[in-house]
Ligand binder design. Sequence first.
Ligand SMILES: [Cu+2]
Length: 164
Amino acid sequence: MSSIRNAALMLLAGALLPALAACSDEADTPAQGTVTAEASAGLTVSNARVVLPPVAGNPAAVYFDLSYEGAPGVTLDAVDIAGAGMTMIHDYAESAGKMQMVMTDAVPLDAGTPLSFAPGGLHVMAMDPSDALKAGGNAKVTLTLSNGMTATLDAPVRAAGDER
Ligand SMILES: [Cu+2]
């Protein structure tokens, strides 16, 4: 997997860390908040961030923007975060007139249809965030697709009261 990842991923520097632009050939050094897969894989993740819960011990949330230009029939199956426990992909759906959070096992990726994981919509919940996740720090976030491709990036960690 690691060799596939090294071959498939080309990292771009995130807006927050322009200095990393000089390291764009080092596939093992994720740029903050942003990762881009090469054209064959076609996945671009940007604006990733982890938001800590207002109450310690509650789940943290992970948000990002995603665009996909690869082969059809691929889904986003998992989003894992270092320093937290089990994660789930959630969405909101209307049920009996109320918006309720629902589990989403696999999110279909359609070329040309960007997805936004954001408050009030698709999001990732991470159980048991540990003390390793500190506001102002970074967390390693790994996306796994149904075709076996993974993309790992460093996402800034925000406090509950910060802008999401
Ligand atoms: Cu949720």
